[in-house]
Design a protein around this ligand. Structure first.
Ligand code: PMP
Length: 378
């Protein structure tokens, strides 16, 4: 099986597995215990916090470990608005992940006004719209760094600057970008940031929310007081160590690896466009993550295409494939104004650390006959 679905999850890196094993086998202390096994676990968690903080260039006191991107996103939205008595407004983009859009629906039911920022036909969030819609009632703006379906990078520096000018807190869901491209919080005007370990070779079920200590958040999980009271519950020590090991693996190599993946993606897109010139590459005119391509083939069904590629030995995904079994027309492509017959045939191919040139070559060789066969059948 050739795995080309890194935006769903990446294979766990061997060095991550090796770093985690001692914390599952032998070193099982709780970081809250004051005896020696507990102190060792605490040290491991704090070392991991510093490793992650160094990658993002933030103070380690801003790192709150979570169970992943979903929890961090829910924590920032629900926590910020709970602190405001569920009064006021939030602005998020129309192409956010469901872990942003669903808590927004909950907030709307509690009386919060939720405004959805539109995007261009190429999937770029409208900065001017956001700047024009900031009011004295805006409690939070949340825009993702890289879209999980198209890979389009959003103008977070400009949005952050507009928010700073109005004193509005700005959150960025960087689940798809951290570990793949540089995210420098010393440079960027961002107050809160979400990341997740499993998109770049760490384990599933661990991530972090970068907080702003000057802007206290009402915690989602309360009870044990861990993570400075921001996230109660005994820490996932092995997972946190694994996340840090993934950071250590990617950090020295980010630009080189990004260039390698962008090169592979160019080969893939050129080969497909040469054989199927009617194919649309969503967000092609925008700056994108180096690893992602989202293709549209009118008249085909994305899920059928994925199943047939699966039978041919390739793991890719269609539309919004983050949640299992989800088929249909993605809200991202809809927001971009993509017509339904084209959007339903959307296919996402996402590369990563395990991707090799021969895999791309095999994929492009098999892809075209699969498409042609499906077209004949439909
Ligand atoms: N945000 C984005 C943009 C994502 O792609 C994902 C994962 N599909 C998440 C959040 C959720 O992250 P996790 O799987 O770690 O909960």
């Amino acid at each position: 099986m050739i795995y080309l679905d890194h935006n769903a999850t990446a294979p766990v890196r061997p060095e991550v597995r090796a770093a985690m094993l001692p914390w599952l086998d032998g070193q099982w202390g709780s970081p809250s215990s004051i005896h020696a096994p507990g102190r060792r676990a605490r040290q491991a968690v704090e070392d991991a916090r510093r490793t992650l903080a160094a990658l993002l260039r933030v103070h380690h006191g801003r790192v709150v470990f979570t169970s992943g991107g979903t929890e961090a996103n829910c924590a920032i939205l629900l926590g910020t608005l709970a602190g405001c008595g569920f009064a006021g407004e939030v602005i998020v983009s129309a192409i956010e992940h469901p872990s942003i859009l669903e808590p927004c629906r909950l907030l709307a039911r509690r009386g919060v006004t939720v405004r959805l920022a539109p995007v261009s036909g190429d999937g770029r969030v409208d900065v001017d719209w956001i700047a024009a819609n900031l009011t004295a009632e805006t409690r939070l703006v949340s825009v993702m760094h890289a879209n999980n379906e198209t890979g389009v990078l959003q103008p977070i520096a400009t949005i952050g600057a507009a928010c700073r000018a109005r004193g509005v807190p700005f959150h960025v869901d960087a689940t798809q970008s951290v570990g793949r491209i540089e995210v420098d919080l010393e440079e960027l005007p961002i107050d809160f940031l979400t990341l997740s370990g499993h998109k770049f070779g760490g384990p599933k079920g661990v991530g972090a929310l970068i907080i702003d200590r000057q802007r206290p958040l009402q915690p989602l999980l309360v009870g044990g007081g861990q993570e400075w009271g921001q996230r109660a519950g005994t820490e996932n020590v092995a997972g946190i160590v694994g996340l840090a090991a993934a950071v250590t693996a990617v950090a020295p190599n980010l630009p080189v690896e990004a260039e390698r993946l962008a090169g592979l993606r160019t080969v893939l897109e050129r080969a497909i466009m040469a054989a199927l010139p009617e194919c649309v590459i969503f967000g092609r005119e925008e700056v994108r993550l180096p690893n992602t391509t989202c293709l549209g083939l009118e008249g085909l069904d994305g899920a059928t295409l994925v199943m047939n590629l699966d039978l041919a030995g390739f793991a890719v995904s269609s539309g919004a494939a983050c949640s299992s079994g989800k088929v249909g027309f993605s809200h991202v492509l809809r927001a971009m104004g993509v017509a339904e017959p084209l959007g339903r045939g959307a296919l996402r191919v996402s590369l990563g650390w395990s991707s090799r040139p021969e895999e791309i070559e095999q994929f492009t060789r098999r892809f075209v006959p699969v498409v042609e066969r499906l077209r004949k059948m439909s």
